[in-house]
Design a protein around this ligand. Structure first.
Ligand code: DQA
Length: 154
């Protein structure tokens, strides 16, 4: 992690495939809140926490990795919903290790109550924590937890 003592904590919010369609994508499963609405709410919470936010959403695995490379040394940690790549992408876990970016994994749904293929996360073994099943508000919990964990390490 980059030493940013004296700087406000800076957090990246990274969303993966199909999350750009939140609000219209299977609303019975993922809810009606759009990604811009989630990001706006996180920005408000970040202000109250004295933190800065940057956001990105990509549908491609390599694009997600490129974002982490670009954030290396610039952000202090990442809240990530990698969508379906959470369950498959060793490359994304490697990218978190390669960039030394601490992260919290978030899912809107309780993936452990869904199909078997969603019950395993490639990211969870190296995450600070995992939040799932709370819908859009889960991102808020993840942000608060990540900022708290980063401050405790500074
Ligand atoms: C998800 C759960 C994943 O299994 C799924 O592929 C998604 C969304 C969630 O937020 O609940 O795209 O990450």
């Amino acid at each position: 992690m980059a030493k940013r003592t004296g700087h406000p904590v800076k957090i990246g919010i990274l969303n993966g495939p199909n999350l750009n369609l939140l609000g219209v994508r299977e609303p019975a499963v993922y809810g009606h809140t759009t990604l811009p609405e989630i990001e706006a709410q996180l920005a408000r919470i970040a202000t109250t926490l004295g933190a800065q936010l940057v956001t990105a959403q990509c549908n491609g695995e390599g694009q997600l990795i490129d974002v982490l490379h670009a954030w290396r040394g610039d952000v202090d940690g990442v809240v990530v919903n990698a969508g379906a790549y959470s369950h498959s992408s060793l490359a994304l876990r490697d990218a978190f290790a390669a960039t030394s970016l601490p992260f919290v994994e978030v899912h809107l749904t309780n993936v452990y109550a869904r199909e078997p293929e969603r019950r395993h996360s490639m990211l969870a073994p190296t995450a600070i924590g995992v939040v799932c099943g709370f819908g859009a508000v889960g991102y808020e919990f993840a942000l608060r937890g990540l900022v708290s964990a980063i401050r405790a390490r500074m």
